[in-house]
Design a protein. Structure first.
Length: 255
């Protein structure tokens, strides 16, 4: 249900709030405070007209992909593959403006992309790409937490999310339409995160129950109910402990 709600939110955004077909082609650069008065990525070799094809080895289909890959790089530089004059060109060690965020080095886009005339096909493409991009974001972020690439302190629960949203609203001047867009985007991210987490093959979640049903269908054997209930209870307690740890961390970060 959460995933369906997320799809509805991104459909509304793509239909009513995105007024052009967004590409990954560089249209202009945002100069940084350097002696050359050029954007860092421009100094590194990016050019106007380049179509961002891959960042750090991962395919980029829209701006969401670009922003995510830059944010997850956690490095001073990253390799970028672009389409230039019909050919794929690899540009190594591209620099972008960096901000520190909860132990991560987050790269930021210092260029704008081309927006083309809005079409029905383009809107469908935006909806599909946004949906897929956020699914990848959830699972790759989870993988990063498990492998240690993303530190646990960068994870936030309901307290941390609420604090971030409140700070954003307080420090940003929004029109009514901007506020609706922001709200729908937030709903999209939250519902997708909750929905995808719930389908993980973990006992106590819907995904674990589905795996148990599939196991019984394949083996034609009934899982011992007492054992299954015990395992489910253990994982449920572990999830509660994990949620409590994240919540306490978020509370401490408020001060």
């Amino acid at each position: 249900m959460n995933i369906i709600l997320g799809l509805i939110c991104t459909t509304i955004i793509g239909t009513f709030f995105v007024n052009c077909d967004i590409t990954t082609k560089v249209s202009s650069f945002i100069p940084t405070q350097t002696e050359s008065n050029m954007a860092l990525s421009e100094e590194s070799g990016l050019k106007i007209g380049d179509e961002i094809y891959k960042i750090n080895g991962h395919r980029t289909r829209d701006v969401t992909d670009i922003q995510y890959e830059l944010g997850l790089a956690n490095s001073e530089t990253t390799d970028v593959v672009v389409k230039r004059d019909g050919k794929l060109v690899t540009i190594e060690d591209v620099r972008f403006p960096i901000t520190e965020s909860q132990g991560l080095k987050v790269m930021n886009m210092d260029f704008k992309v081309v927006g083309e005339e809005k079409t029905f096909v383009g809107t469908l493409k935006y909806i599909g790409n946004s949906f897929i991009a956020n699914i990848k974001t959830v699972y790759r972020s989870l993988g990063g937490l498990i492998t240690g690439k993303i530190p646990l302190k960068s994870m936030s629960g309901i307290v941390g999310v609420t604090a971030t949203v409140s700070e954003t609203i307080e420090n940003t001047t929004m029109s009514f339409s901007d506020f609706i867009y922001f709200t729908l985007s937030l709903m999209f991210l939250l519902t997708i995160n909750i929905g995808l987490f719930n389908v993980l093959p973990i006992p106590a979640l819907d995904g674990g129950q589905s795996c148990a049903c599939v196991f019984e269908m394949i083996t034609k054997k009934k899982i011992n109910e007492k054992v299954y209930n015990t395992i489910t209870t253990v994982f449920f307690v572990l999830l509660l402990i994990f949620m409590a740890v994240v919540t306490v961390k978020d509370i401490f970060n408020l001060f």
